[in-house]
Write a protein that binds this ligand. Sequence first.
Ligand code: ITT
Length: 189
Amino acid sequence: MQGDSLEVYFATSNKHKVEEAKKVLGTVGITVKHFPFVHREIRSDSLEEIAREAATAAFKQCRQPVFVEDTGLFIDSLNGFPGTFSAWTLKKIGLEGILKLMQGVNNRSAYFETYIAYKRDTSHISTFSGKCSGQISLEGRGSEGFGYDPLFVPDGHDQTFAESITLKNKLSHRYKSLLEFSKTLTSRR
Ligand code: ITT
């Protein structure tokens, strides 16, 4: 970050995440710069622990204030699966696999959670989280967004995130975690 203009690197392999972060942080005057980062995450039940480790690794490469984030989809009737294994699960069984696991299941409650880990310098790291509750739809709907978005209907709405990225960017787990993060960044202006 330099002078009055706030800039921060986002280390991720996922360009959709970058687009969402640019939209949210852009509205409060923070410029997000993509730091392409492919990292083998640690295995843990804790998104926060995974994000902290990844931020430390990213900072070693980037050498600038940088954040990473780890997100999971937690489905109540599956005891929180896929949770911190969301990326692996999507690769292995896809959305169709999730729908199969949910066949005949009435309780379709689920939530997305994001943990951002921000490493400002060698001695400082902080985390910010955001959660969004909703329901797993009966079939995939929509073509916007990415990942599990076609299956997720946020509470109080009828459309999936993939049917309305505008809706997603207003109330998602990522939006909420970025908002918290932005308060810290702007307070240091
Ligand atoms: P990086 O770790 O490089 O940032 P990633 O895509 O691997 O990118 P995560 O581990 O955080 O990111 O994501 C876990 C899985 O959850 C992965 O399959 C994503 O596609 C999916 N995912 C993350 N955020 C999502 C969102 O907002 N909506 C739908 N699916 C999401």
